[in-house]
Design a protein. Structure first.
Length: 151
């Protein structure tokens, strides 16, 4: 049924399932519904990681784990996971620190930072902690495995 597009559909499915899990997991942890998590980045599990890990396994199964294509997809997947847990995570932390510094300067001094750039709403959560990336990888591998046996 999925044919040659099995890797594509495994990756898309893993991404969508991860996005659906995010608000459910948040509700489980906090008791609050945050439906916006259906379309947000960040949080548990990493949808980027679930997508690339499903793609990687599906390509390995379909094209063989010794293929050049699998090697390329594996390297691509590792870059995405590293980026999610390091570069994007720390970019979000830097935004939080900068916004706190702006609040502190305005509270502790008479300086008024009224330039519009200081008033911009900037998303604080961009990336993931490592356990969120790991959860996304496990989810992606599960989705690709289940879809392989269902095809």
């Amino acid at each position: 049924m999925l044919g040659n597009l099995y890797p594509f559909w495994a990756a898309i499915s893993a991404n969508l399932i991860a996005q659906i899990i995010k608000p459910l997991f948040r509700y489980y942890r906090t008791g609050k519904w945050e439906i916006r998590l259906l379309i947000d980045s960040g949080g548990f599990p990493s949808s980027h990681t679930s997508m690339v890990s499903a793609l990687c396994l599906a390509v390995g199964i379909q094209e063989k784990f010794s293929s050049t294509l699998f090697a390329v997809v594996l390297i691509f997947s590792l870059i995405v996971m590293y980026d999610a847990a390091n570069v994007r995570y720390y970019a979000g932390r830097n935004i939080q620190i900068t916004q706190q510094l702006i609040r502190d300067i305005q509270t502790l001094t008479t300086i008024k930072l009224d330039d519009p750039v200081y008033l911009l709403k900037v998303k604080e959560v961009l990336g993931h902690q490592w356990f969120e990336v790991f959860g996304g990888a496990i989810l992606g591998l599960l989705v690709a495995s289940i879809m392989f046996f269902m095809r």
